[in-house]
Design a protein around this ligand. Structure first.
Ligand code: F6R
Length: 609
């Protein structure tokens, strides 16, 4: 995720900014840059890759100042490159900005600036328009110019701006993206996140939405939307830098579980137009292409494969096309039936998983159209695909994938709806119902996360088990696989997932007194069958934890614990059903004292076979 650090003081802004940016490295980034006002001009240096690449080009003592802004970028619009890195300048570099977030109407602004002001753009980013807007409105007062620019922008942003003609100040503004001002003596900081500042300050102002801040070395002035000064109490940071990186959560995994409402919102909402149609930026498949696919192939590994299991059922139902699914390591070695009428979907958080990449190349060689669902912009899978559908989950740091999974599911739904609508295989009423249930998900996930204590309590009760089963039917069966993987990878418990109807064909032999089984029963049309499956294993003495939709209380009679998820249509329930499983895995691992964020033998990005 992008990081912002700005400094106003007496000297050596460069040093402090680099320090701050390094404190944000853990969040992931693909390039870094810095802008300083020097001798009446703004100088910008930026470089793709790690901060040490940037450090190599800012070494000379003349490149320094008492004021400056810096940025680490996590690409959303435009691949990682020197030009797309921040800071961005206006046409004559009299203004420079850094930006976190997304400017939704940047295309409109770009066209307007090009047409009416002859502006030419150096980068492919949405952010560059901000520098030009401020430049056009600038008349000797940076605060006023920033306010005017903001009035033209739609979207989410934390922006910091400097002007060559006012080299003693930074003006910053926020809407739906974090921003904090750090209070020093004879210097002040602005940053997107507290960890960036902790080496230098412990007192911060938390900037609120639609507020603007002017920082000079001796003063921090906050203005509200109406331009009136705001009094804000300082917030004393008591955590150490390590805890601050996790924003108070004990582990990145827990932080990322809690970031899911935001990830789902970002991935979903920006792709839905006001009239309910779906906008798939970055995907150039035509109606004819979609109509000509006679098969879809989904290929991925691990958690991404589990998202594909749900995707298969969703796309088949909505787009009326057969969908095959395989793990990448099998697909690549078995000469699969793939041709130019196949849509090949690769799902990958990192975009660097070697097996997925090799499978994608194999599918391409056979003529398939390749669409990837990827979290890391500009990654190998993204670069080698015909179309890329990004999950806007933000960087995932914990090895166990959580927010990438739920945003991958969102992409599957959007793709199913889009293809179904384009082909005319989806009824309007059904389309509207799915869409409205999808839009309700961020709030429902938020609600479900409030059951954290209840789930932690269940985890405490059962954390000593050495074997756990996960069962479900239909879409729940795909979620069972994910729940089982989460538990085994971070707690090292031997867990096993199986379609509930398949139990009696062998696995039921393992059911005995006290065997622990997680039963997912969120599919209304399979609910009764699921209750019967649970009864069968209960009769053998198994302990059951069920996940069911609110109001479906029948299952209480046959289970030891029930975790209820908010009501929704069956199709979207996997996004909700997985949350208790993630939390259960997390709290079991915590009780067992495991290294949750870095489980043994596992890596975040598997770039070997
Ligand atoms: C499990 C997990 C892995 C990954 C798998 C694929 O929590 O994270 O199973 O899902 O290694 O990785 P990506 O999605 O990066 O291709």
């Amino acid at each position: 995720m992008c990081g912002i650090v700005g400094y106003v003081g007496a000297d050596h802004a460069k040093e402090k900014i680099i320090d701050g940016l390094k404190r944000l490295e853990y969040r992931g980034y693909d390039s870094a840059g810095i802008a300083l006002p020097i001798d009446g001009k703004i100088q910008i240096r930026k470089h793709v890759g790690e901060i040490r690449n940037l450090e190599k080009i800012i070494g000379e003592p003349e490149f320094d100042s008492a004021v400056g802004i810096g940025h680490t970028r996590w690409a959303t619009h435009g691949a990682p490159s020197d030009l797309n890195s921040h800071p961005h300048g206006n046409s004559d570099n009299s203004i420079a900005i850094v930006h976190n977030g997304i400017i939704e109407n940047y295309q409109e602004i770009k066209e307007w600036l090009a047409r009416d002001y002859g502006v030419t753009f150096k980068s492919e980013t949405d952010s560059e328009v901000i520098a030009h807007l401020i430049g056009i409105f600038y008349d000797g007062d940076l605060l006023e110019a920033v306010n005017k620019a903001v009035a033209e922008m739609r979207g989410a942003y934390a922006v910091c701006a400097i002007a060559a003609a006012e080299p003693d100040k930074i003006v910053a503004v926020r809407k739906d993206a974090p921003l904090v001002a750090g209070v020093g003596k004879g210097f002040n900081f602005i940053a997107s996140d507290i960890p960036a500042l902790l080496k230098y300050v412990r007192q911060v102002y938390l900037i609120e939405n639609n507020e603007t801040v002017v920082l000079t070395k001796d003063d921090i002035v906050i203005y509200n939307e109406e331009g009136r000064k705001v009094r804000r109490d300082v917030f004393n940071v008591t955590w150490d830098a390590d805890a601050a990186e996790k924003e108070g959560y004990e582990h990145f995994m827990l932080k990322e579980i809690h970031e899911q409402p935001k990830g789902i919102y970002e991935t979903l909402t920006r792709r839905i137009n006001d009239d309910g149609s779906i906008r798939l930026d970055g995907i150039s498949m035509t109606k004819e292409d979609i109509e000509n696919f006679n098969k879809v192939y989904i290929v991925a590994c691990g958690t991404a494969y589990h998202a594909g299991l749900v995707g298969k059922l969703v796309i088949e139902k909505m787009a009326h096309v057969p969908v095959e699914i395989d793990v990448a390591s099998e697909f690549r070695y078995r000469d699969p039936f793939v041709d130019e009428n196949t849509l090949f979907i690769a799902i990958s958080q990192s975009g660097e998983t070697l097996d997925t990449l090799a499978a994608l190349r194999e599918a391409k060689r056979k003529g398939a159209r390749v669409l990837s669902v990827v979290n890391v912009v500009g990654s190998s899978v993204a670069r080698e695909s015909d179309d890329v559908f990004y999950t806007w989950a933000g960087p995932e740091i914990a090895v166990a994938s959580t927010k990438a999974y739920t945003t991958q599911l969102i992409c599957m739904y959007l793709l199913g709806l889009y293809m179904g609508k384009t082909k005319g295989t989806i009824e309007d009423d059904y389309y509207d119902k799915v869409l409205s249930d999808l839009k309700a998900l961020p709030d429902k996930v938020e609600l479900l996360l409030k059951k954290e204590d209840e789930i932690a309590e269940i985890a405490r009760k059962y954390h000593r088990r050495e074997q756990v089963f996960f069962i479900g039917r239909g879409l729940d069966s795909g979620v069972s696989y994910e729940g089982s993987l989460k538990l085994k990878e971070i707690s090292y418990i031997n867990s096993f997932a199986i379609a509930a109807g398949e139990l009696k064909h062998g696995t039921i032999a393992l059911m005995e007194e006290e065997t622990l089984v997680f039963a997912l029963a969120t599919q209304d049309f399979l609910y009764e069958k699921m209750v019967s499956n649970v009864e069968e294993i209960r009769a053998r003495g198994a302990r059951i934890i069920s996940v069911a939709k609110e109001g479906r209380t029948e299952i209480e009679k046959v289970t030891d614990e029930v975790i209820y998820i908010p009501d929704c249509i069956d199709e979207v329930s996997p996004v909700l059903a997985v949350i208790p499983l993630q939390l259960f895995a997390y709290y079991v691992a915590r009780e067992r004292g495991c290294n949750i964020d870095k489980p043994k033998n596992l890596a975040k990005s598997v770039t070997v076979e």
